[in-house]
Design a protein around this ligand. Structure first.
Ligand code: NAD
Length: 352
């Protein structure tokens, strides 16, 4: 069995669904169910005995250790985090708590459990830490993409807290020999993505006739990766990644935010034409985010070369699937939007 933290969030729930579609190995999903955790994402597993769910906080070391000892996972895949940069600017405390203290607590529980395992299980155990390319900071237009040796230079409380967690994970390998691997991935998109993030926010607001908010001039460049390609990379690193190493995960797909929004508007114009005009008419430029990184680009050649991973989707195929998913799953969107975060998005994007 594998122990997944944050498996009710966007990437974690995609990972759990993907894992159980490809393997019969059970998953214990441990999640606090913050505003970002949504068990509806896993509704299809309701009667599937391979998936069990425990609500809990990764800061609760005693509970995590008890679960490890009871269920004897052969691996931990650690997604649980506070993940939204804007929220980290308004209230960094939870980011420090979950991303740094929580990861520390989880590492301590893993170390205590792992050190008591018989030698063969000890050697087979893995702790996979899921992290972000944002730890590397920002790039100029002509800079080479981030590689695994790029120095960390985080610019937001979110990326700083993730950088700290990456360092802690690394230190547990070098200090205690805990068998860890870390992935640093670019921006994900796909099904079950909370509509506070750019792509689902634009799709939802476009259809609701609301403004499509773009920070600053919209020329911030990000690399985009379809979520199932990230899940496949994590599976591959878990299977064959070298211990103590980090692997960048990316789609070689840099795009300016404004171009992403134009693409979405044009697709929606085709699929759900407005009575008059284009969805592009709803684009509204808003005050830029403080400390907003200008460009992220990721060099994923280590993962491609060492582990043979390659993304299956291009941006064009992935974004087409994503838009269609949101059009087909409006009940999911409505359900999420009736939650407390909807008010938050309203206040923070439009009423400041
Ligand atoms: P998310 O915000 O959608 O989900 C986070 C999940 O963690 C939620 O289910 C939440 O309930 C849970 N959680 C939060 N605090 C917890 C705690 N203290 N204890 C237990 N569970 C807790 O995030 P996501 O976008 O799915 O990201 C998952 C991971 O991947 C994060 O570590 C993030 O840094 C990383 N990542 C995300 C992206 C991206 O584009 N979304 C890219 C690279 C890396």
């Amino acid at each position: 069995m594998i122990f997944v933290t944050g498996g009710a969030g966007f990437i974690g729930s995609n990972f759990v669904l993907d894992w159980l579609a490809q393997s019969d190995e059970p998953v214990l999903n441990y999640d606090k169910l913050t505003y970002a955790g949504n068990l509806n994402n896993l509704a299809s597993l309701k009667n599937d005995g391979r998936h069990s769910f425990v609500r809990g906080d990764i800061c609760d070391q005693a509970q995590v250790l008890a679960l490890f000892q009871q269920h004897k996972p052969r691996a931990v895949v650690h997604f649980a985090a506070e993940s939204h940069v804007d929220r980290s600017i308004l209230g960094p405390g939870e980011f420090i708590n979950t991303n740094i203290n929580g990861t520390f607590s989880l590492l301590e529980a893993a170390r205590a459990y792992w050190s008591g395992l018989p030698d063969d299980e000890k050697a087979a155990f893995r702790f996979l830490h899921v992290s972000t390319d944002e730890v590397y900071g920002t790039l100029g237009p002509d800079d080479a993409p981030f590689s695994e040796t790029t120095a960390f230079a985080p610019n937001s409380p979110y990326s700083a807290s993730k950088a700290a967690s990456d360092h802690l994970v690394r230190s547990y390998f070098h200090t205690y020999g805990l068998p860890v691997v870390t992935t640093n991935c670019s921006n994900n998109y796909g099904p079950y993505h909370f509509p506070e993030k750019l792509i689902p926010l634009i799709i939802a607001n476009a259809q609701a006739g609301k403004p499509l908010p773009i920070y600053g001039d919209g020329q911030q460049v990000r690399d985009w990766l379809y979520v199932s390609d990230h899940c496949a990379a994590i599976r591959r690193v878990l299977e064959a990644g070298r211990l103590g190493e980090t692997y960048n995960v990316g789609g070689w797909n840099e795009m300016a935010n404004l171009d992403v929004v134009h693409t979405l508007c044009d697709m929606l114009d085709q699929l759900k034409p407005k009575a008059a005009g284009s969805y592009r008419d709803q684009i509204t430029f808003v005050k830029d985010r403080p400390g907003h990184d200008r460009r992220y680009a990721i060099d994923a050649r280590k993962l491609e070369r060492e582990l043979g991973w390659k993304p299956a989707e291009t941006f064009q195929t992935g974004i087409a699937k994503t838009v269609q998913w949101y059009l087909d799953n409006q009940a999911w969107v409505a359900d999420v939007q009736s939650g407390s975060y909807a008010k938050w998005v309203e206040t923070n994007y439009f009423n400041r």
